[in-house]
Design a protein around this ligand. Structure first.
Ligand code: SAM
Length: 243
């Protein structure tokens, strides 16, 4: 078994202890990802240490927020949706580090969903599933709309578009956790109209607390009351005409 020393060190810096089962799953996930990545485009990150930093540890930046959410809502493990999960980021690393999370990975590209299904099976992750579809469409179905405690999405769209994809999935009181780059402040400012229209508010913009991940900041949003029924607009419109 590979020790994944870089991931172990960065996770510890984030207050996340990874046990032997988690480290074994991360090693198998890395190998599967790099293998499938030769055939389908899952990630541009291909150097193994970079996988540990840019994909795995970067995803684990959300664990402290999930813990905080859980302390405030102790009855059930959070139901998390990851919109535009691609190769599984950040959802699968979060599930590996917090195995009782209930995880739904939403992905529009069928080949990527096939990878996510294979990864969930290979890593033996109960309580995780991949769904093939666009967020704009799934968010109008009763099984998805307002059904999640936490929603995340990484590298999918700028904030106003992203909020229209993601917030309709949240229940009131739920959180949106969005890893963003160095212009997170500008993106959040751009999203003022989307937040008001979708009945949500900005809670925080937190730079990553670890130097290796300094390019990432987490934008935290709270859903105040249900999103008006007309949102999200039909597929394509949130990107073409952002709120
Ligand atoms: N989140 C992953 C990561 O950080 O590595 C993948 C990022 S990739 C750049 C964006 C992914 O979002 C693509 O796989 C794309 O198919 C998916 N996507 C884009 N718009 C979507 C939508 N409206 N609904 C569902 N998936 C979407």
């Amino acid at each position: 078994m590979t020790a994944l020393p870089t991931l172990t060190r960065l996770a510890e810096a984030l207050g996340v202890a990874l046990d032997a089962t988690a480290l074994d799953r991360f090693a198998r996930y890395r190998d599967l990802l790099l293998d499938w990545n030769r055939r389908i485009n899952l990630t541009r990150v291909t150097e193994p240490t970079e996988v540990e930093i840019r994909l795995f540890a970067d995803s684990l930046l959300l664990i402290p927020y999930l813990r905080r959410f859980r302390e405030a809502n102790p009855d059930n493990p959070p139901r998390l949706a990851d919109v535009g999960a691609g190769g599984g980021f950040p959802g699968l690393p979060l599930k590996i580090a917090m195995p009782d999370l209930d995880l739904t990975l939403i992905e529009a590209t069928g080949k990527k969903v096939a990878f996510l299904d294979a990864a969930i099976a290979a890593l033996d992750l109960a309580g995780a599933r991949a769904v093939h579809g666009r967020a704009e469409e799934l968010a109008h179905l009763p099984d998805y709309r307002g059904r999640f405690d936490v929603v995340t999405a990484r590298a999918v769209a700028r904030m106003p578009t992203l909020l229209e994809y993601c917030l309709p999935l949240l229940r009131p009181g739920g959180w949106g956790l969005f890893p963003k780059g160095r212009d997170a402040q500008d993106e959040a400012a751009e999203a003022a109209n989307a937040l008001a229209t979708l009945h949500a508010r900005l809670l925080a913009i937190d730079p990553a607390p670890v130097p290796e991940l300094a390019g990432t900041a987490i934008v935290v949003v709270e859903q105040i009351k249900p999103v008006p029924p007309k949102y999200p607009r039909r597929a394509g419109l949130p990107a073409k005409r952002p709120l």
